[in-house]
Structures are given as C-alpha cells and as structure tokens.
Design a binder for this molecule. Structure first.
Ligand SMILES: *[C@@H]1O[C@H](CO)[C@@H](O)[C@H](O)[C@H]1NC(C)=O
Ligand SMILES: *[C@@H]1O[C@H](CO)[C@@H](O)[C@H](O)[C@H]1NC(C)=O
Ligand SMILES: *[C@@H]1O[C@H](CO)[C@@H](O)[C@H](O)[C@H]1NC(C)=O
Ligand SMILES: *[C@@H]1O[C@H](CO)[C@@H](O)[C@H](O)[C@H]1NC(C)=O
Length: 361
C-alpha cells in the first residue's frame, strides 16, 4: 500500500510538473467522461447531443457530454492548462491531434461486452482498447516505434468504467447477468475481465494508469426512486464498495507483476458520498433528485421537453445518473486539493491504506 502511495505521488508529480502543458492523456470511460463519441454511432440510444444537455457549456451547445456543462475531465484539463482530448471518433486516422491524447469514453459502456446492450451501439471497454491499439499504430507511423513507446509510457491513462455494469446490467432484473450470477460471482467476473483489460493496455505501452473507483451508485436519483422513501439503496452501495476493494487488490497484484507499471486506484466513493450527504456544506440545496426531474423516467436522461429546475447550481444531480456542472466543479476541485496537500507532504510511507481520492462519480 505504501507503494500505491508512492506511485500516486509519482503520477501527481507528472501531472503538476511545469511541463504539464505537454502532458498527454488517454481517457477510457462511460457517460461520466464521454465528450461526444456516441454522436458518431448512428444507432446508439445512449446520446446526449440535444437540449438541455450543454445548456451551461461554452456556447450553450449540446456536445455529447452527459451534463449541463463541463465534465470533471474538462475541469481538470483546464486546471492543467491542456485542451480536453477530443473524442476518438471525431478524428481522422492521420490527425496530428492523436499525439496530444484521445478520449475513447462512450455512454452506456461497461467492463463487460454485454453491458448496456439495449443502447444498441456504444464502445465497450474492449472496443475502446481496440481503438487505442489503432491510435498506437498511427502514432508509430508518425513518430516511429521508439517515439510511440516513449509517448505511451509517459502519458497518463485515466480509466473510469464499472458504473454501467451495475446500473445497466446487474441491477436490471430483466437482463441475463442479474439472474445468472450471485454478486460474489459477478464481482469476480468484472474484476478478472478488468485484469485482462488493464494488462492489455500495459502490453500496448501504458504505464501510468489511474483507475477511478465507483461512486455510491445506490444514491443516484434513478436508484433512490426504487426505495420507499427516496433513500439510498444500501445493498447497492455495499456491492459497489465490494467492487472497489476487489479492484484495489487487483491493482496491487498487477503493479507487482507488470514491471514498471504504475497503476493507481482513485477512491472517489467517500468524496461523492460526502457531497450527496452534506450538499449544503458545498453550497448546494438538493442532492436526492435531479434538476431535470426525470428520476422515474425510462432512460433517466434530460429531454427537450423536460421541465428544468429553476437553479441548476443548487442541484448535485443534473439527470437521474449524472452530476451537474456545479457538482463536477466541486468534485474536480476536491481532487486537486487532495493532490496538492498530499503531494506537498514528505512521501514517507503512509499508514493510511487508501491513496488520495480522485473524484468522479
Ligand atoms: C468482447 O468483444 C470483443 C470483440 O468486440 C472480443 O474480442 C472479446 O473477446 C469479448 N470479450 C468477452 C469477455 O466476451
Ligand atoms: C429530498 O429530501 C428532502 C428533505 O431533505 C425531502 O423533503 C424530499 O421529499 C426528498 N425528495 C425525494 C424525491 O426523495
Ligand atoms: C442558485 O443556487 C446557488 C447554490 O445554492 C446559490 O449560490 C445562488 O444564489 C442561487 N441563485 C439564485 C438566483 O437563487
Ligand atoms: C490525502 O491522502 C490521504 C491518504 O493517503 C487521504 O485520506 C486524504 O483524504 C487525502 N486528501 C487530503 C486533503 O488529505
């Protein structure tokens, strides 16, 4: 665990180095990090390129981000002084932009291939890794094999998947996985699949990887409405924490076995839970229902005919799944604060087992 802490410090050092403007980032994820890949998937039902998505984004445009404004990734990129990497599907194969980083995230995606099945089209984590493999080939073609390997070994790979494996798979009683597996078996399936996927990224040249753990999914509006009085679903939160702790163990093992791998687990759970439980401490008023008032609607997305709340900054949740721009600002800031306060301490082995939390819901 002390090693995890040291690894995190190293990654932080990379992130906050004066040369951070040249930092290359590759992003793998779901709707929490997507910046518009699904706009290019004609049949995908997991889209957000219509009002009122983006109403508080630069220019008020819907871009395919699943929030009213910026994602956590956008806010962190701005703090680093880099442009948020563009969606993979917006780039041509020979685009020079790939040398600065790419975002492969896709709404509805999961660790498992069949997660989010009913969205028809999305890029699963396996699909995203295959796209990265193509990117790596294109980078090689541009700067040679050695250059490509160096670029990948210095880049930071942010990975945030797993929410949909619950929300749009295990927690849907009409899907096969819910009936087929006990939760213990399902977690083993997720974690063993994730182990293969992270190993594959390592084989493709990734060294510095940050895996975002899951937030308290039992407290998102679409789950709360399943309880009698709109409370968090305790069982779901227990499952999510079980997943998080199994992933932490996986990462410790991978760091031991893959030479020069620096994989970090970013524990987002406590930060997100605190924001949900104490909204007023952060200047919010409401954290148990969505601004779009779509908690009980099929899909839970904000729609052109939704009736918006009258103060979007007072709500932690924008739609039934995703935080508002204002919430993303708080989460991104807490992430940064924890990085700075921790990295300024002498990196003596930390007695605390958890590395500093990286918020992303
Ligand atoms: C998921 O699909 C990809 C191809 O899209 C395939 O290579 C991979 O083996 C599949 N994984 C599983 C666990 O079925
Ligand atoms: C949200 O919490 C407030 C009190 O904190 C309560 O009055 C309200 O009914 C809750 N809303 C939902 C949708 O559960
Ligand atoms: C909207 O909510 C935010 C956060 O609770 C608050 O600071 C702001 O004053 C509110 N704006 C209006 C117009 O009520
Ligand atoms: C710093 O890291 C410790 C664990 O190493 C963590 O508990 C804490 O929340 C982090 N952030 C701050 C602001 O101390």
């Amino acid at each position: 665990m002390a090693r995890d802490f040291a690894v995190l410090i190293m990654i932080i050092a990379t992130i906050i180095a004066p040369s951070s403007a040249s930092l290359v980032t590759f992003i793998f994820g779901d709707s929490l990090t997507e910046v518009g890949n699904n706009n290019y998937l004609q049949l995908s039902l997991a889209k957000s390129n219509f009002p009122y998505y983006g109403i508080d984004f630069n220019g008020g445009k819907a871009t395919g981000r699943f929030t009213n404004g910026r994602t956590i990734g956008d806010i962190i990129s701005a703090k680093l002084g880099i442009e948020p990497p563009p969606p993979y599907l917006s780039l041509s194969e020979n685009d020079d932009a790939i040398l600065k980083g790419v975002n492969y995230a896709s709404g509805g995606a999961g660790i498992l291939n069949d997660t989010g099945l009913y969205f028809i089209q999305r890029l699963s984590f396996d699909d995203q890794i295959m796209k990265f493999e193509k990117t790596k080939e294109s980078i090689k073609a541009k700067i040679g094999e050695e250059g490509a390997n160096k670029l990948c070994s210095e880049a930071v790979f942010f990975i945030g998947l797993g929410s949909n494996d619950y929300v749009n798979n295990y927690l849907q009683p009409f899907l096969a996985d819910a009936g087929q597996y006990t939760h213990d078996d399902f977690v083993e399936l997720l974690v063993s699949t994730l182990g293969e996927q992270l190993t594959r990224l390592y084989q493709l040249g990734a060294r510095k990887m940050v895996f975002h753990g899951l937030g308290p999914l039992g407290c998102i509006p679409s789950q709360r409405v399943k309880s009698k009085r709109g409370e968090c679903l305790k069982q779901v939160n227990i499952w999510v924490q079980q997943f998080n702790s199994r992933v932490q163990k996986l990462i410790t093992i991978l760091n031991k076995h893959l030479s020069s791998a620096q994989i970090t687990f970013a524990d987002t759970y406590p930060i997100v839970l605190d924001l949900i439980e104490n909204p007023t401490a952060y200047g919010f008023k409401i954290s148990n229902t969505s601004c779009c008032k779509v908690d009980t609607q099929l899909g839970g997305l904000c729609l052109p005919n939704s009736k918006l709340c009258n103060n979007r900054s007072a709500y932690v949740f924008w739609d039934a799944f995703h935080p508002s721009d204002a919430a993303n600002v708080v989460l991104a800031n807490r992430f940064f604060d924890s990085l700075f306060s921790n990295s300024s301490h002498s990196p003596s082995p930390s007695p605390s087992p958890s590395p500093s939390p990286l918020p992303s819901h």
